[in-house]
Design a binder for this molecule. Structure first.
Ligand SMILES: Nc1ncnc2c1ncn2[C@@H]1O[C@H](COP(=O)(O)OP(=O)(O)OP(=O)(O)O)[C@@H](O)[C@H]1O
Length: 324
């Protein structure tokens, strides 16, 4: 995705993946993956277990070399200039542990020192900024073992922020969090993106990502299936099927007979003054259908659509891919 800003200028992608392939021996875990993420986005990668999310992230964060393909972070070719790439990327792995016998500030200070962040006073200042970014300042002097799961995730996020990465790669950060903790994490990620970071975040649960991401991509069995906003992805995955209920004033039978001859309409039933039918078509086709009803003199009182949930679509897609 490349979104032009109001001046018409397309910013250089913060993440640019070109024809990425990752093999483990004979097994292809990531197959010809290309995607481009503009700066300042919270971009989601959704896919079932084994889709290739972690393998993709490991390459992006220079922990593993790709079999083929190129990755650019902020224009830096990560294979050509690994040191610069490491300076601009921050990685939070799935279920990253924190030591139980350290206080929150000690854990962060230890990592800040490892990153070579200045003297004690400078580290103290940076540590305070990072805790503030993830809304954990009050937990500064707590033992890590005293933190809730959501707070632990945010301490690890604070650690990931210490070296001011411009690209953040977060593997399943919301996994196992309750709605309140997910909200706190979402707010932290949005704040970071607003301040200029680009966030690439994975999950196998779409609803987790839909609430925190500006756009998403869907991966299954190593391949990219769709990308864009949640609505665009829904279209790309071919989810054009919906159930429509049209409530009319007057005799429903006339409207029903007109509808039943329309392309895409199926399994039509009349229940009192309501006509319930399946419809397969684009949003434009659906608007034409409504317009057609009205211009044929039907007094339309209500027109409602129901689509299968996005999680259901993903399960369908994953299953049909598995059968191929
Ligand atoms: N070191 C490895 N050696 C062999 N196969 C591997 C290795 N790491 C991952 N795989 C396989 O590659 C595929 C993709 O794995 P990956 O961990 O990238 O997927 P994922 O989408 O992150 O899955 P999950 O949600 O379960 O973490 C899986 O089939 C996995 O078994």
């Amino acid at each position: 995705m490349n979104f032009a800003n109001p001046s018409g200028h397309v910013p250089r992608p913060a993440i640019d993946v070109r024809s990425l392939r990752v093999d483990y021996g004979d097994f292809i875990a990531v197959n010809d993956l290309s995607l481009s993420v503009p700066p300042g986005e919270v971009f989601g990668l959704v896919g079932p277990n084994g889709a290739g999310k972690t393998s993709t992230f490991r390459v992006l964060t220079t922990l593993m070399e790709p079999t083929y393909g190129d990755v650019f972070l902020d224009g830096i070719d990560i294979q050509e200039d690994i040191a610069s790439a490491r300076r601009i990327v921050g990685y939070m792995p799935d279920l990253a542990p924190v030591p139980s016998d350290m206080k929150v500030w000690e854990f962060l200070d230890f990592h800040a020192a490892a990153y070579g962040i200045g003297n004690k006073a400078q580290r103290r200042e940076r540590l305070a900024e990072c805790l503030e970014e993830v809304a954990l300042t009050p937990q500064r002097d707590k033992w890590c073992k005293e933190l809730s799961r959501g707070q632990t995730q945010r301490v690890v996020l604070a650690k990931t922020l210490l070296h001011r990465p411009r690209v953040l790669v977060l593997d399943e950060p919301a996994s196992g969090l309750d709605p309140l903790a997910r909200r706190d994490l979402r707010n932290a990620l949005r704040r970071l993106a607003k301040n200029g970071a680009t966030v690439f975040v994975s999950s196998h649960i779409l609803s987790e990502l839909a609430e925190m991401c500006t756009s998403i991509c869907v991966m299954n069995l190593g391949k990219l299936l769709a990308s864009g906003t949640v609505d665009e992805v829904r279209q790309q995955l071919g989810n054009t099927e919906r159930t429509i209920t049209a409530a009319v004033l007057g005799k429903a039978e006339d409207a029903a007979s007109w509808l039943s001859s329309r392309h895409g309409v199926h399994e039509l039933q009349v229940v009192g003054q309501e006509i319930v039918f399946g419809f397969k078509g684009t949003d434009d086709d659906q608007a034409d259908l409504m317009e057609g009803l009205i211009s044929n003199g039907v007094r339309l009182r209500a027109f409602e659509e129901r689509r299968s949930s996005f999680e259901d679509i993903l399960v369908e897609v994953a299953e049909s891919n598995r059968r191929l």
